[in-house]
Design a protein around this ligand. Structure first.
Ligand SMILES: [Zn+2]
Length: 151
């Protein structure tokens, strides 16, 4: 009779690999500050690595490299994450007004509704820029670059 234990790897099996394999995670190439500092600098629109230069060249266009420390800001694949995060945050406030409206607690006039829509558009634009900066900081800290640099 053989004695089989379920939690022990078969020691004699050379094909057995533990998961995750050692050194499987990509190591960040750059020395980055701690997570709160990195995310705060991104939220402020400053380079997440040095904090001395702006991330953005305009409203949402990202500099290809940091003007101060040459961090590859333009190679960070933020893609659809910033709009997703911005909508996730802003639409919670919109949902409050929708619930109040349909429950009959708040019936804004046309002018008030127009002002609220303008405020919503402004909140979306502000949240989008904040989220994009923070996500570029997270990606830079994780060392996740595009495989093909963004032309
Ligand atoms: Zn920098």
């Amino acid at each position: 009779m053989t004695n089989i234990t379920m939690n022990q790897p078969p020691a004699e099996d050379p094909e057995f690999e533990r998961w995750p394999p050692p050194q499987a995670a990509p190591q960040p190439e750059r020395l980055m500050p701690d997570w709160p500092v990195t995310i705060w600098r991104g939220l402020c629109g400053r380079c997440p690595q040095c904090g001395a230069a702006p991330i953005f060249d305009g409203y949402l266009k990202v500099h290809k490299t940091c003007l101060h420390c040459a961090a590859p800001l333009g190679d960070m694949p933020a893609d659809d994450a910033p709009p997703y995060v911005a909508m996730l945050v802003v639409l919670h406030f919109v949902a409050l007004f929708v619930v109040l409206f349909f429950k009959g607690y708040y019936q804004p006039g046309l002018l008030t509704a127009g002002v609220l829509l303008l405020a919503l558009a402004a909140a979306c634009m502000i949240a989008l820029r904040l989220a994009k900066g923070a996500i570029i900081g997270i990606l830079l800290k994780l060392g996740l670059k595009r495989e093909v640099p963004n032309g």
